[in-house]
Ligand binder design. Structure first.
Ligand code: CA
Length: 223
């Protein structure tokens, strides 16, 4: 079992590395967010222990990068005993959290529980901010409210979520969602986007579906 520990405090990092190593896990330590990103992108881990306050790239940003790539369980370490932080971490896709300072026994119990949940599932569940899409159950919700979409709207949202942050051209969207070439009539895409926005974006904050002038659409936290 390989565990990545992303933690900038040398003392905590050494403590985790030593303890988990003695418990039989293979541990890789990253001392800042960018190193963490490198390890996440280059190697597969069974679990990631992620500190929130990190130089370079913070734990929130790294968690979003991790979730775009894989469903590896993430245990958040937060020094601040703030409910806000914990909610944010869980909303961004963390599986569990631990408040510093913690005992090693407590950490090990959490680690074992997360690893027992078995191999990470394929990405069937997408989440950006409070928008969630469950592929298997074909459910969409935002801010905890269930949203009913037509099949095409669902396919469109799935496409946007699965390629979060990428600008998708109208032609690409048309070919994916309608399996047709809409060279001459990409208006179909604009209409579908408008309907989707009315359901998943207009009544909520922040806006997630962005128009990129002359290029197409993208779904992301930032425009
Ligand atoms: Ca830190």
């Amino acid at each position: 079992m390989r565990i990545l520990v992303v933690e900038d405090e040398a003392k905590t990092a050494d403590y985790l590395s030593k303890g988990l190593g003695e418990s039989g896990y293979t541990v890789q330590v990253a001392r800042n967010g960018l190193d963490g990103q490198h390890w996440v992108q280059e190697f597969d881990f069974d679990l990631i222990i992620l500190d929130v306050m990190l130089p370079g790239l913070d734990g929130w940003q790294l968690l979003q990068i991790i979730r775009r790539r894989c469903a590896t369980p993430v245990l958040f370490l937060t020094a601040r005993d703030a409910v806000q932080d914990r909610v944010k971490g869980l909303e961004l896709g963390a599986d569990d959290y631990l408040i510093k300072p913690f005992s090693y026994a407590e950490l090990l119990a959490r680690v074992r529980t997360l690893l027992r949940r078995g191999p990470p599932r394929e990405t069937e569940h997408f989440q950006v901010a409070d928008l969630q899409l469950d592929l298997l159950q074909r459910k969409v919700s935002r801010a905890g409210e269930r949203i009913n979409l037509t099949n095409k709207e669902f396919a469109l949202l799935h496409l946007l979520l699965s390629r979060q942050g990428e600008v998708l051209s109208r032609a690409l969207i048309a070919s994916h969602v309608w399996q047709m070439n809409f060279d001459s009539d990409t208006n179909v895409v604009d209409v579908a986007i408008r309907r989707l926005r009315a359901k998943v974006d207009d009544p909520y904050q922040p806006r997630l579906i962005h128009t990129v002038r002359g290029m197409g659409y993208k779904l992301d936290l930032q425009p």
